[in-house]
Design a binder for this molecule. Structure first.
Ligand SMILES: [Cu+2]
Length: 157
């Protein structure tokens, strides 16, 4: 089959670019440890793999530097809406909704979850920099949606 010279160059160029993008993707994921924001797991309460509580929100220290947050999302607040942990802490968030679909995104982290009623969303993040991390609902959930926020305060040691 005859392939025109210019067409062949474009085929080589396109294949080469695909290779470059593939290498960049593998490098950023394997070497730099870059992850896309998102959710680790979403499960039904009946098949719960983690510890959570539908009745109230809480923060609990499992071990030094290791925390677990049980978070309730509902119109239009998060409970708890202020979480204090020391810098370097690894925090696992279990978030569930009492009513409608909510979102939970923590600024400047990889935590960004859809919170569906009847399910529990889980995400873990290690806070290596002290400061205030705003979190908010990113799924429109009604008239007070824009009030639905909170903060993780990462305290310097
Ligand atoms: Cu909302």
């Amino acid at each position: 089959m005859h392939i025109d010279r210019y067409e062949r160059w474009w085929i080589y160029l396109a294949a080469g670019l695909l290779g470059v993008f593939g290498i960049a993707l593998a490098f950023s994921s394997a070497v730099l440890g870059i992850r896309l924001p998102g959710i680790e797991e979403q499960f039904l309460p009946t098949a719960a793999a983690g510890d959570y509580d539908v009745e109230q929100g809480w923060v609990r220290e499992l071990a030094p530097g290791r925390y677990e947050v049980n978070m309730r999302a509902r119109v239009w607040s998060f409970e708890p809406n202020e979480i204090r942990v020391p810098v370097g802490s690894t925090v696992t968030f279990y978030v569930h909704s009492d009513d409608v679909i909510h979102g939970m995104k923590i600024q400047n982290t990889t935590v960004s979850m859809m919170v569906l009623p009847g399910e529990v969303a889980r995400a873990t993040y290690t806070f290596t920099e002290p400061g205030e991390y705003l979190f908010m609902c990113h799924e429109y959930c009604g008239a007070g949606h824009h009030f639905m926020s909170g903060r993780v305060i990462v305290e310097a040691l």
